[in-house]
Design a protein around this ligand. Sequence first.
Ligand code: HEM
Length: 155
Amino acid sequence: MVNYKVTTTVFGERPDFKEPRKILQELGRDGFAGMMDRFYDIVVESDIANFFPQDKDMLDKVKKHNTKFFIEACGGEKEYTNEMGNVDMVAMHKPFSIPEKARVEWLGCMKELLEELSVSDEAKQEFWDYCEIFSRHLVNKPTDLESHMKPTDHR
Ligand code: HEM
């Protein structure tokens, strides 16, 4: 059984995460790339579709970059760094103004993807835990309540 838990982001925090290994080992590079293709099919049908390019060629580019990044994060070749250099994911996501709600929807897409994927539960769990925690770094739009707090209240 995979535990698809979703913890709550504390705005501005950077929790530790562990990079997964099993999912890429089990799927192989091509299988993994196929999985990322499918992820974007799910994303474009979701409530966060508006965050992503509507143009097919531009979306393909995002897909390609994401595939390379995740392959690297999962213990594969340094495909993303070789092409893009050291990109700070927090800074890269800043222009997109991502609230917690969008993160939860993004994770919902990931859950749907993993549920239909034929890999071991251990591989799914490891990958889920990485996505669940790393995505907390990328939330960059405070909730209404947080945005009404004084900066000194963020502790
Ligand atoms: C584990 C979590 C995540 C990882 C590792 C991740 C990684 C990435 C990567 C590697 C890219 C492509 C960067 C490039 O072009 O060089 C990207 C783009 C993007 N991500 Fe994420 N992401 C994550 C979560 C999210 C979440 C939760 C959202 C919420 C909506 C999001 C929204 C976007 C958007 C809007 C783009 C860019 C689309 C464009 O270029 O127009 N990401 N992400």
